[in-house]
Design a protein around this ligand. Sequence first.
Ligand SMILES: C[S@@+](CC[C@H](N)C(=O)[O-])C[C@H]1O[C@@H](n2cnc3c(N)ncnc32)[C@H](O)[C@@H]1O
Length: 220
Amino acid sequence: MSSDHWQKYWSSQQDPHHASNELEFYSRMGREVLFHTGPLAGKKVLEIGCGDGALFPHFDVNIEDYTGVDFSESLLAKFQQRFPAVRTVHSDAIGFMENNLDQFDVVISFGVLQYLDANQLKIFFDLQKGSIVDKGIAGHFGIPVKELSSVFYRGLGSSPLVLAGRKRGLGKTLISRLRNKIGHWHDFETLISLARPGTSRVDCVSSMSYFYRCHLLQQF
Ligand SMILES: C[S@@+](CC[C@H](N)C(=O)[O-])C[C@H]1O[C@@H](n2cnc3c(N)ncnc32)[C@H](O)[C@@H]1O
């Protein structure tokens, strides 16, 4: 699936398609991000694929230090409506990185890198280095992992759904297989080997909220 396909798909979506739209769920994911990045207050933060800003309030970042980039007009419009003072840029991730002259302490994405194929991921990681300060970090959260896809296709979408006894129905699971909305299922080795060049350390850890997703943590 090409980048144009995903841009078209996301251009009219009305929410970021998380397992839940409850505030507690977003707060929990925000806490998970901060667990790995450390506090973001006072840091210059770039969020790639920020969507409608569902996670933004949970990052506890100073609004003037935050930049959100997304190629979905509909989701960015919602973000701007809720937080008019926030800086958002309507662009695809690679195009933004190619033209960006700012330096950020932290680059974050959540549920985004799967919409880049392996070639695009390589380009993205190469360009990302130019946007991060020395000793800065990047956390790319919630990436579906190829080796764990059977967990997803068995209906075990996310831990909160299973805990609440609401396993994803077979119909919904089949539909998501037929109409791929997940993006690319990259394997662990591809993710790590593409993310490693130019870093001082790369970790790949499992998601606390989704059984089949991982987080890629890069230190520069
Ligand atoms: C699953 S949603 C997650 C949104 C947000 N990060 C969150 O967790 O609430 C994926 C988002 O990534 C954006 N996106 C996907 N591929 C992108 C790309 N190549 N460049 C910019 N945005 C992208 C989509 O438009 C969408 O808003």
